[in-house]
Design a protein. Structure first.
Length: 164
């Protein structure tokens, strides 16, 4: 089984040649400072969506309404998806969650306790096992999710999946 380790830390601080200190990702260039160019505006959600779209690991990004913003090709392969998951609801739209006990649909009261949605609602890391109806039949996945923040607010979540 693949091992996924996720670490969250404070933003990396950098020092420019003229001595200014800035957060990693903050755009400071001579052209911007001189008013010749606008700094690109990229949200945390957009940045992680671009990363996940190119990732080798099975992963996805959802927004604060649980709509899929990005998936990796390996996530699509893992679930056997035949159509794009982008702009579709995570639950029932893409993930058909199953109860471990009877194999039926997961109760609505339990759906919000799944890692991608729990990370959204709690603003904390979440990890757990999911039973999902896939193209090849039911499969179990270990999922670990982290909330994505923008200006101190949860704007989405990033989840990695590993088959069990």
């Amino acid at each position: 089984m693949a091992h996924v380790e996720l670490s969250i830390s404070d933003p990396h601080l950098t020092r420019s040649p003229d001595g200014r200190v800035s957060d990693f990702g903050e755009v400071e260039s001579d052209a911007v400072d001189a008013g010749l160019a606008e700094p690109p505006i990229e949200s945390s959600l957009d940045r992680w969506a671009a990363t996940v779209a190119e990732a080798a690991e099975p992963s996805l990004v959802i927004d604060d309404k649980a709509v899929i913003v990005a998936v990796s090709a390996s996530f699509e392969d893992l679930l056997g998806l035949t159509e794009s998951a982008i702009d579709r609801p995570l639950v029932d739209g893409v993930l058909q969650l199953l109860d471990f006990g009877d194999g039926g649909a997961l109760d609505a009261s339990e759906i919000n306790k799944t890692p991608p949605l729990l990370a959204l609602s709690s603003g904390r890391l979440a990890r757990g096992l999911l039973r999902v109806r896939c193209a090849t039949g039911p499969r179990t996945f270990d999922a670990i999710a982290t909330p994505l923040l923008q200006d101190g607010q949860v704007v989405g979540s990033l989840t990695f999946f590993s088959a069990v």
